[in-house]
Design a protein around this ligand. Structure first.
Ligand code: PXP
Length: 242
């Protein structure tokens, strides 16, 4: 199973100060050193975290590696033009609402079939693989096939937010959708809200070949690195005093 590390929230921290650190591209290189199989980033229409320049710098840094770039984006004209210029390995089409805190729910492929067919055709003609971020729903999988997607990424957010008996129910929906999509010939990925605990059941689903995980990895990175970061500052201050 491949792990795509989503670097968005490194940029969230940088944008909180509109400064240059922490640099998500530097984060991508560390993630790759640690075993990431792909770097995922979401260029949002409001540019709240990743900026256009990050995408192009990442492309440049990774050009001599085998590590693919997965660009998540809303299926808009602006984003299509950026993708056609940046040429990531994959684009994952996601729904986007300005006010949302994070991507809420999957793309409604069923209601956008005609629009997506043409949109996806153009991306694929440029050699970009297209994945659609969808809820674990059979109708959405059928529509994804119809519009010519290469892959579907199953939204695991409902599962991640579920409590008690609903966890099993949501997990079953994901398993059923993964099996169906794979049988129909789509590559199957999953992501959203996954962490060290809830990822275990998802990682066991053999039809899923790739996970894209961001927030939890970056959140844990703070605590895995905070000790060293404080220690280093303390040393510098102490040494400066002589
Ligand atoms: N996959 C897709 C399509 C997403 O939109 C996101 C969030 O940007 C993720 C995966 C990663 O979700 P999280 O940050 O909750 O791990």
């Amino acid at each position: 199973m491949r792990l795509g590390v989503n670097i968005d929230h490194i940029a969230t921290l940088r944008e909180a100060r509109k400064t240059v650190e922490p640099d998500p591209v530097k984060g991508a290189l560390i993630a790759i050193e640690a075993g990431a199989d792909q770097i995922t980033l979401h260029l949002r229409e409001d540019r709240r975290h990743i900026q256009d320049e990050d995408l192009f710098r990442l492309k440049c840094e990774l050009k001599d590696t085998q590590i693919p770039i997965n660009l998540e984006m809303a299926p808009t004209l602006e984003m299509k033009n950026i993708a056609l210029e940046a040429l990531p390995n994959t684009t994952t089409l996601v729904p986007e609402k300005r006010q949302e805190i994070t991507t809420e729910g999957g793309l409604d492929v069923v209601s956008m079939k005609d629009y997506l067919k043409e949109y996806i055709r153009e991306l694929k003609e440029s050699g970009i693989k297209v994945s659609l971020f969808i809820d674990p729903d059979i109708q959405q999988i059928d529509a994804s096939l119809e519009v010519g997607a290469d892959a579907v990424e199953i939204h695991t957010g409902e599962y991640a937010n579920a409590y008690g008996k609903n966890v099993e129910k949501e997990l079953e929906r994901i398993k059923k959708a993964a099996k169906y999509a794979k049988e129909k010939g789509l590559a199957v990925y999953a992501g959203h809200g996954l962490n060290y605990e809830n990822v275990v059941n998802i990682a066991k689903i053999k039809e899923i070949e790739e996970l894209n995980i961001g927030h939890s990895i970056i959140a844990n990175a703070i605590f895995l690195g905070l000790y060293q970061a404080v220690k280093k500052m303390k040393e510098i201050i102490t040494n400066a005093r002589g």
